[in-house]
Design a binder for this molecule. Structure first.
Ligand code: HEC
Length: 264
């Protein structure tokens, strides 16, 4: 090997060693920066965060597969979002806090839109399991007094499995859009409980749910339909936490077209 070649090789080896050390050093200091996750009991309690919150460099380490809302309550409407402005803020001709319906009137309007006992609407139901949302179609009847929604499903469907593990649900009913004058949509959030045909809750549900529709369609007596449902179906009772609607037929009235009802 010539003297020149020897020099070049030596330099390369030194350079490689230095780079290696550099990488290792960077990894070490990275480790120091991000402290290992402490046992949950030792951790400071995580406060509520805004949906747009970002992680800081000093944030406690987060294991893979864990999401922000496993530790924090994520507040979607913590700031002046569009929805907040439409409902309560300065919006179109409305000054903040004007045009808001009294709570009982909001509920009355909801019943007018969704119907009450022995009427039904076909909703889209959103459930979520392991952070994977699923939407399904579901026929429901509203109990306007208890402010709960009843639905009946075949045993063993995916939505039942999801709600058994995570009872938090959201539902949507809307009229297909044709024009802005008649826009009508309803967004519900609540908590689901499941009951089988041996429970008194199942009977309560049957007294509200428009199951007679199914009996008529199949041309069988309502009694027989009821027995079939008790045997083969699971009832879902959704206790409503909040309903928000857009009803553009309210344009020109003393109220905003968007209103919200929240259970106390
Ligand atoms: C394993 C539980 C856990 C998870 C998961 C988690 N956090 Fe935190 N977070 C905490 C705790 C505990 C604190 C309080 C730390 C402190 O004050 O020392 C905190 C504090 C914060 C803070 C306040 C300032 C700061 O950064 O230290 C923000 C903002 C924050 N988290 C955002 C998020 C976001 C965004 C996510 C999801 C990407 C998330 N967190 C996921 C536990 C968690």
């Amino acid at each position: 090997m010539s003297k020149q070649k020897f020099l070049i090789v030596t330099c390369l080896v030194c350079l490689l060693a230095l780079t290696g050390y550099g990488v290792q050093y960077a990894a070490e200091s990275q480790k120091k920066k991000a402290p290992a996750a402490k046992p949950v009991a030792e951790q400071k309690k995580a406060a509520g965060i805004d949906a747009t919150a970002k992680l800081s460099d000093t944030h406690p380490a987060i294991e893979e597969g864990i999401t922000c809302n496993d530790c924090h309550e994520v507040k979607i409407d913590a700031k002046t979002t569009a929805t907040q402005a439409w409902l309560y803020g300065d919006y179109m001709k409305w000054k903040a806090k004007e045009g808001i319906m009294p709570k009982d009137k909001v509920w009355e309007q909801i019943v007018k839109i969704l119907g009450g006992k022995k009427q039904k609407r076909t909703f889209v139901l959103a459930t979520s399991l392991n952070n994977k949302p699923l939407t399904t179609t579901i026929d429901c009847s509203l109990d306007p007094d208890k402010k709960v929604i009843y639905a009946f499903s075949e045993r063993g469907t995916g939505k039942l499995d999801q709600m058994r593990v995570n009872p938090h649900v959201s539902l949507n009913w809307h009229k297909e859009f044709t024009d802005f004058q008649s826009t009508l949509c309803v967004q519900v959030s609540g908590k689901a409980e499941l009951f089988d045909g041996t429970t008194k809750e199942f009977d309560e549900g049957l007294s509200v749910y428009y199951f007679e529709y199914g009996a008529e369609a199949q041309k069988i007596p309502a009694e027989k339909m009821m027995m079939m449902m008790k045997k083969g179906m699971i009832m879902t009772r959704i206790t409503i936490d909040q309903i928000t609607f857009t009803d553009n037929s309210l344009f020109g009235s003393e109220f905003r077209n968007r209103q919200r009802w929240t259970r106390n």
